[in-house]
Design a protein around this ligand. Structure first.
Ligand SMILES: [Zn+2]
Length: 107
């Protein structure tokens, strides 16, 4: 077994609860920012648009990978594509949709 760092967002008390007799004083905790009044009414919105990584000629994403603009793996400074251009790009051979940011689910 290899040690690994693993981070996850959880909501208390729905997803986590304390174990009796264990101290959590040393556990670093970050609270989510309170959603704005607009987000509370309409739900969180993501920045719109899609970006594409450059083709590197190898593997399943050899023709490029399509990401949502706010994806961690989205290339910085890449031109933002509107939905119709992203769909066109997604149909090209060798182009993969990122599963991390939900491009695969949304396009
Ligand atoms: Zn992505």
């Amino acid at each position: 077994m290899e040690p690994a760092e693993y981070r996850v967002w959880v909501r208390a008390p729905e997803h986590v609860r304390p174990v009796d007799g264990v101290s959590y004083d040393q556990v670093p905790t970050e609270y989510l920012p309170k959603p704005s009044a607009v987000d509370q009414v309409f739900g969180p919105r993501r920045p719109s648009g899609w970006v594409m990584t450059k083709a590197d000629g190898r593997g399943p994403g050899r023709g490029g990978v399509v990401h949502a603009v706010d994806c961690e793996e989205a290339p910085a400074g890449a031109p933002v594509l509107p939905l119709d251009r992203a769909l066109d790009a997604a149909e090209q051979p060798g182009v993969r949709l990122c599963s991390l940011c939900g491009a695969a689910a949304e396009l």
